[in-house]
Design a protein around this ligand. Structure first.
Ligand code: PGA
Length: 238
């Protein structure tokens, strides 16, 4: 895993956004898998600003949401697709039909997952990931198989707890659908993103711990083109 450590959160946001602009300029048809959560929000804002200033374009790109919660109304603002819309998609020039998200409100989730994998097709050029305090990637919770496909998963207690950060009501999701580790690990390039002191322990385990499915983020150690981008606080134990 290649380490990119930035002195401050501001430098981290600017640094990741700059690299992202480079990737989009090199390949305007970039196919990306993107997370919701708190981690990327400032980076998304920087990319929206970059588009506004004409520095980069998403016009020919494609974006796939990494995961989503089940059991919430389609317009719930805590849904991952809606977070992505609110902080990125609505502010960039990506055509609507080039944003893919997981329809967790449909009755036949097996079919939804199969269709999503079919749309992912040849895979992602670039995958951005946050990290859960239990080392999960998307909703690939501890114990997920490295060759797992897009699928419905039961969320771990810590992930249910974390969902309260994004929800304005007390109806907690208990399950979700996630792009599987197979597709994530097959991505041509992966950026694992973390900022803040809360992430320092799990980042240290992800980078220095034994590779184990019990900490899914450790599987990234074997990826040939994975960058860990952290601010000083998240990288404090490295
Ligand atoms: P966060 O979530 O970005 O809100 O910290 C990351 C995750 O749980 O994967």
């Amino acid at each position: 895993m290649n380490l990119l450590r930035f002195d401050s959160e501001g430098a981290w946001v600017a640094g990741v956004a700059s690299l992202w602009r480079d990737r989009l300029r090199t390949n305007p048809r970039l196919r990306m898998c993107l997370p919701s959560g708190n981690t990327p929000i400032r980076i998304y804002a920087a990319m929206a600003e970059s588009v506004k200033r004409g520095l980069v374009s998403f016009r020919n790109a494609e974006i796939f949401a990494l995961d989503d919660y089940g059991g919430l109304a389609p317009d719930d603002e805590g849904k991952c697709a809606n977070i992505l819309r609110r902080f990125l998609i609505d502010h960039v020039d990506l055509p609507n039909d080039q944003f893919h998200f997981i329809a967790t409100d449909e009755p036949d989730q097996a079919r939804v997952c199969r269709d999503y994998d079919r749309r992912i097709g040849d895979g992602f050029d670039l995958t951005l990931l946050g990290i859960g305090l239990n080392g999960h990637l998307g909703l690939n919770e501890p114990g997920s198989a490295p060759d797992s496909a897009t699928r419905r998963v039961e969320m771990h207690a810590s992930s249910i707890e974390a969902s309260t950060d994004y929800l304005k009501h007390s109806n907690r999701p208990t399950w979700g659908v996630t792009v599987g580790l197979k597709q994530l690990l097959a991505s041509k390039e992966i950026w694992l993103l973390a900022s803040g002191a809360k992430k320092a322990d799990i980042i240290c385990r992800a980078v220095k711990g034994d590779v184990t499915t019990e900490v899914p983020a450790t599987l990234l150690q074997k990826h040939p083109n994975c960058f860990l981008s952290v601010d000083a606080e998240a990288g404090a134990l490295l």
